[in-house]
Design a protein around this ligand. Structure first.
Ligand code: 13P
Length: 343
């Protein structure tokens, strides 16, 4: 293995290290503005910075958080003591990363479907991000589901773009998080979710292999296999765990070091319980980790609500979620843990 390839593999392994997972704090300004306004905070570069600084400086955060995905704005910001964010994270024992896609845009002649953009100029942007301290990147493809969707075309173009992005990242010495998200909005049942997630992941791995991406130097970020949120039949935690692991075993090569699930709108508790149940099955060839946005941050954000006097409470809430998910990495999360929070 070349030194370059080995360095990618080492970083990917660090990102999915045992007992830890990834904090997705890479909301675009538009998304973060919605989240801040929902708790009564005016969105500005400073308020966005303040909340993210609050999260990452939580005492002990590095114990269960291996890496943090940042948005372009944050990567270029400094913390309140003047430390550049990537440097702050590195000092706290967390790997800095960067979201590099420019969003899911309507796919031509395919109503209701999207293709994620951001390939133009990506080589140059990756070089700059690397210089600013980013060691990994993220690109999210979005697959919508209803009676007619997804089309084969939507899956194919998104898989192709993910692989082009991943190859460019690896060329730049940056580990790509490959995120094909099959949405759980809608009324589809868990069997359809399993089938469509399988179709999507098969297309993604075919493209990754065709485009020469080193599988040992990526982190896969998929959805869990769930029922659509409007489906009247909601599966038990065990069924989610079994179907998710069964599918991943069929489609994800063992060379991939780790799979870090997105939370995708699950409640905090279910995101922890399902990850724990997946890990409890055991015997998987890859690390089974988390890369949560909402399921790590939402409760802390509501607790903070922009008030300095509530910052310590918000950090306790965040530390608690990180601890719960850290335990879930070993299959040791129990709902009882929720009672141990002292905010
Ligand atoms: P959620 O965990 O809130 O789904 O966010 C993860 C993420 O990074 C989506 O791209």
């Amino acid at each position: 293995m070349t030194g370059h390839r080995q360095a990618l593999r080492d970083t990917a392994r660090e990102m999915v290290a045992a007992g830890q997972g990834i904090l997705a704090a890479d909301e675009s300004n538009a998304t973060m503005t919605k989240r801040l306004e929902a708790v009564g905070v005016e969105s500005s570069p400073d308020s966005r910075r303040d909340f993210r600084e609050l999260l990452v400086t939580t005492p002990g955060a590095g114990e269960h958080i291996s890496a943090v995905i940042l948005y372009d704005e944050t990567l270029r910001q400094t913390s309140s003591d003047g430390t550049p964010f990537p440097e702050l994270l590195a000092r706290l024992g967390m790997i800095p990363g960067i979201k590099v896609d420019t969003g899911a845009k309507p796919l031509a002649c395919a109503p209701g479907e999207t293709v994620t953009e951001g390939l133009d100029g990506l080589r140059e942007r990756l070089d700059e991000y690397r210089g600013l301290g980013a060691r990994f990147a993220k690109w999210r493809a979005v697959i919508a589901v209803d009676a007619e969707r997804p089309s084969r075309r939507a899956v194919a173009v998104n898989a192709h773009a993910l692989a082009r992005y991943a190859a460019l990242c690896q060329e730049a010495g940056i580990v790509p998080i490959v995120e094909p998200e099959v949405l759980m909005d809608g009324g589809h049942d868990i069997a359809r979710s399993q089938e469509l997630t399988g179709d999507t992941l098969r297309a993604v791995f075919a493209e990754l292999v065709d485009q020469g991406v080193a599988l040992e130097g990526i982190v896969l970020k998929p959805n869990m296999v769930l029922a659509g949120y409007d489906c009247p039949e909601q599966p038990e935690v065990e069924e989610v765990a079994q179907r998710t692991l069964e599918l991943l075993r069929q489609v994800v090569p063992a060379a991939v070091p780790g799979i870090a699930f997105l939370s995708g709108g699950q409640s905090d508790e279910l995101a922890s319980a399902r990850l724990s149940a997946i890990n409890a099955i055991g015997g998987a060839p890859w690390q089974l980790s988390f890369s949560y946005g909402r399921a790590l941050q939402a409760t802390a954000l509501a607790q903070w609500s922009g008030e300095d006097c509530r910052a310590a409470g918000a950090q306790s809430v965040f530390a608690h979620r990180a601890r719960c998910n850290g335990q879930a990495r070993n299959g040791h999360y129990t709902p009882d843990m929720e009672r141990s929070l002292v905010a």
